[in-house]
Design a protein around this ligand. Structure first.
Ligand code: ADP
Length: 367
């Protein structure tokens, strides 16, 4: 009830800002409480159909503890993978029309980033996350255009750990399982046309979703190499799946290039500097730097700044050709609704608010 006046008031402002933002979208997804998580104590007070979100500070009950946010979309915890994908379908499809698209998942460890991008472990088709659904869709559409436009699709998978880029599909580790060879000629022509994200990372041609699943499994195995535990490592590194598309129009003979970056970011949780040293401190500093650089780049793009600081991190360097210009960017902001995660959730939401260029201020529901 209280929210309605505030929401209506802010809606106009939001819609105006929205116009300015161009190709950047921010979707917020709240994950459900998990079995065994104890009695649910949620900070999520209200999820509106127009992308409104109101959270409550568990230590400040009542109106004073309310904070309102507005994104392009907010999902309830019970939103299905299919529902989420249906909202981004057009974005994914535009890759086949020659656009570059970046989809990120941002949030603290355990907030559902991997769930959104890949799905839960050993997932069935129903549980598939964005990346399998996206590839599945790309193959379906390219099949239906066959004879008019012929498409080729290639996949790269890299990890950024401590500002180092690692190829997750190296020949060493994957060739035995995966008999394809590099598409050298394609790599060359793509580089000259489109700027390959990581020119020397292996790229494999794929023709079906099952090819993609095989590659992702190999990538996951490689990601685990040398890590104490996959979960620990994956929460401290960024993983990027890049899908390269080349389409040849058979009538006109023209060739188009598009690419899709699917990015599962390192956990955004802040590490208490007084408590970690050595490797952990170094990891934390690198993660901090790259996430804030990403925030700076998207913020500069959203606010139409003349200088975009791409050079400040490996992540933004790699994605440079797909951030800005005609490229389309979508950030999934993931939240753990539990009251114990309140301060992390607030810092996640503030990051999201900043990159989307929309800051609504406190929910002043006193009017
Ligand atoms: P992150 O990648 O941010 O560390 P995960 O994707 O691993 O987080 O999610 C943490 C846990 O929550 C996993 O067990 C995952 O299966 C579960 N989970 C996350 N989002 C959802 C969701 N929307 N529905 C059901 N379970 C979810």
């Amino acid at each position: 009830e209280n929210y309605h006046a505030v929401l209506t008031e802010n809606r106009k402002l939001f819609n105006e800002l929205q116009e300015l933002k161009g190709n950047i979208r921010v979707f917020c997804r709240v994950r459900p409480f998990l079995p065994g998580q104890g009695a649910p104590n949620t900070v999520v007070e209200y999820v509106g159909e127009d992308g409104e979100l109101v959270v409550t500070n568990p230590t400040k009950p009542g109106k004073d503890g309310l904070r309102q946010f507005r994104f392009n979309k907010v999902y309830n915890p019970n939103a299905t993978q299919a529902e989420v994908f249906s909202d981004i379908k057009p974005l994914v499809r535009s890759v086949l029309d020659g656009y570059n698209v970046c989809i990120f998942a941002y949030g603290q460890t355990g907030s559902g980033k991997t769930y959104t991008m890949s799905g839960p472990d050993g997932s069935s088709e129903e549980d598939w996350g964005v990346n399998y659904r996206a590839l599945n869709d790309l193959f379906k559409i390219s099949q239906s255009r066959k004879g008019n436009i012929n498409y080729e699709v290639g996949v790269q998978m890299v990890e950024i750990y401590n500002e180092q880029v690692l190829d997750l599909l190296t020949e060493d580790n994957s060739q035995k399982k995966y008999p394809y060879h590099y598409l050298n000629s394609w790599i060359l022509s793509t580089t000259s046309q489109n700027g390959l994200a990581v020119p020397d990372a292996s790229m494999y041609p794929v023709t079906s979703t099952s090819d993609v699943i095989t590659l992702m499994e190999i990538g996951l195995q490689n990601r685990a190499v040398g890590a104490t535990a996959l979960n620990e490592r994956s929460s401290r590194s960024h993983s990027i799946v890049t899908v390269h598309v080349r389409g040849k129009d058979l009538k006109t003979g023209s060739v188009l290039y598009g690419n899709l970056h699917l990015v599962d970011l390192a956990g955004s949780e802040r590490v208490d500097r007084s408590e970690v040293t050595g490797d952990r401190l170094r990891e934390a500093q690198h993660i901090n730097k790259s996430l804030s650089s990403l925030g700076d780049v998207i913020f500069s793009l959203a606010s139409k700044s003349s200088h975009i600081p791409y050079r400040n991190s490996k992540l933004t360097q790699i994605l440079q050709s797909s951030l800005g210009g005609r490229a389309k960017t979508l950030m999934f902001v993931q939240l753990n609704p539990d009251a114990t995660s309140y301060s992390e959730s607030m810092s996640t939401l503030k990051f999201a608010e900043r990159v989307s260029g929309v800051e609504l201020g406190a929910a002043k529901s006193s009017k």
